[in-house]
Design a protein around this ligand. Structure first.
Ligand SMILES: [Zn+2]
Length: 333
């Protein structure tokens, strides 16, 4: 085992032809992330176990890297969500109109799932503060507002994690880098006017949500934008996000609904484009020494397996980046 300050690497693994170093990248995961949906429902609920299995089979993470969250208590949820809304979720239930806006059938299992997934993001953030980099194998439910659900999102996990860490004094400032193809409207609304939380959203201008909220920095994209256009804009704006936020932690919503052929995406990124995007974000944040918590956000490829495969890229890029940093620090290059 090799030990360097603030980080432990396990000496086993790995990708074919790669050096035998596996980074410790803690990933939050729970079997409760997945709940049954009616046949044919467009939300790819099974992507969570598929992604976990894929990452373990490739040696990107080890079974020992998986950490299980405990569901969040109401006091923590109330740091972001209104008591009236939480009462509906926990007791009174949602109306037919509210369920239509959410886009998922309402059930106790979904309520439980939402609390587990949000807890996974808080746990990932804590791990990131300790280790530099960590992830939740779910999360990024950025359409959840303080007082209502929409767009498959019940609880705003990233907002809750930010609010909780700030309430504890673990961080003062945070950056939210939201590259899901849909605007992070809930997150933007929750933190509007809050100077210490910088919200950045790059999204399809004409895509859902039809009414956009105001992030600290919004970068709209035209329908059909491809790799060059997308990556050019990201490269242009990322330094500003890092500079202006002065963040103690960054959250990356690495939605893969930017991929060409995504059911809800309307953009045209290639797989290589997605990998470059993920690499760009990881490098921009980690080169500054800012802890990074990665969450999945959306992805609606033609199959569940394909969606999980696209989500795996950000983990592959994180693994490669951290490994190259370790190698450069140890003089291997
Ligand atoms: Zn999305």
């Amino acid at each position: 085992m090799i030990v360097t300050p603030g980080r432990v690497q396990l000496g086993h693994s790995t990708l074919p032809g790669e050096d035998a170093i596996l980074l410790l990248m803690k990933c939050s995961y729970s079997i409760d992330y997945e709940v049954a949906l009616p046949p044919g429902h467009p939300f790819p609920m099974s992507k969570y176990p598929l992604l976990k299995a894929q990452l373990i089979s490739e040696g990107i993470i080890a079974p020992a890297d998986i950490v299980a969250p405990e569901p969040l208590d109401v006091a923590t949820l109330e740091l972001v969500h209104t008591p009236e809304y939480l009462n509906k979720l926990g007791h009174a239930g949602l109306s037919a109109k509210e369920i239509r806006r959410l886009g998922l059938p309402w059930s106790d299992a979904l309520w439980r799932r939402s609390r587990y997934a949000a807890a996974g993001t808080l746990l990932a953030a804590r791990s990131a503060l300790q280790d530099g980099l960590a992830a939740n194998l779910a999360g990024g439910t950025h359409h959840a507002f303080a007082d209502h659900a929409e767009g498959f999102c019940v609880l705003n996990d990233v907002a809750i994690a930010v609010a909780k860490l700030r309430a504890e004094g673990a961080i003062a400032k945070a950056a939210i880098i939201d590259l899901d193809v849909h605007q992070g409207n809930g997150t933007a609304a929750i933190f509007e006017g809050e100077e210490d939380v910088f919200t950045f959203s790059m999204h399809g201008e004409r895509n859902y949500p039809s009414v956009k909220m105001r992030s600290n920095l919004d970068v709209p994209l035209r329908d059909g934008a491809g790799d060059d256009e997308y990556l050019g804009k990201l490269e242009q704006h990322l330094p500003e996000v890092i500079e202006r936020s002065q963040a103690d932690i960054a959250f990356y919503l690495a939605g893969v609904d930017v991929a060409a052929g995504d059911r809800y995406g309307r953009l045209g990124l290639t797989e290589e484009g997605i990998r470059k995007r993920d690499r760009m974000v990881i490098e921009a944040v980690r080169r500054r020494g800012v802890p990074l918590a990665i969450v999945l956000a959306g992805g609606y490829a033609p199959t569940r397996a394909r969606t999980a495969e696209l989500h795996a890229h950000v983990f592959r890029e994180a693994w490669r980046y951290e490994r190259s940093e370790i190698n450069s620090r140890s003089g291997a290059f």
